[in-house]
Write a protein that binds this ligand. Sequence first.
Ligand SMILES: NC(=O)N[C@@H](O)C(=O)O
Ligand code: NI
Length: 166
Amino acid sequence: MTMPQHLQIQLLTKAAFAPFGDVIEADPATVRLINNGTTERFHRLGTVETDGAGAIISLFRGQPRQFPYAIDMMERHPFGSQSFHPLSGRPFLVAVAEDVGSRPGEPKIFLARGDQGVNYRRNVWHHPLMVIGSPSDFLVVDRDRPENNLEELFYDTPYLISEPIP
Ligand SMILES: NC(=O)N[C@@H](O)C(=O)O
Ligand code: NI
């Protein structure tokens, strides 16, 4: 029986997350002044992939995970990207993994600030939404027509994460 491995949590940065998708944050390098200078547009922070289907906007109200939390599975969406942007202003956890022979490798765990969102690129292994502390709302943009756009795989041995100290 293999003992579960405890994973470290790293802060979410564009560079570290680049292999998996986009970090949605108010990056000064992307800003454009619009509306007669009354609005800053942080332009093209991510792109939506839908493989020809429509893109839809949803709200997710996530309940907090109990810690230590066991990451026993990962999922991916073969035909579309999926973005999560926090509306409650609280940090949340993001878990992604490289694809290793059509299976998820070891998860990489990121702590996202309450003003950072993520956009998983199409077909990127990730764990479903992981909320910390109290119920939190997220704006989600992903592909319409969810049928056959979800692949889930379970690890032989789960990985453990402790509750981060935000
Ligand atoms: N099932 C669903 O819409 N959500 C998941 O895809 C997720 O990544 O949370
Ligand atoms: Ni998903």
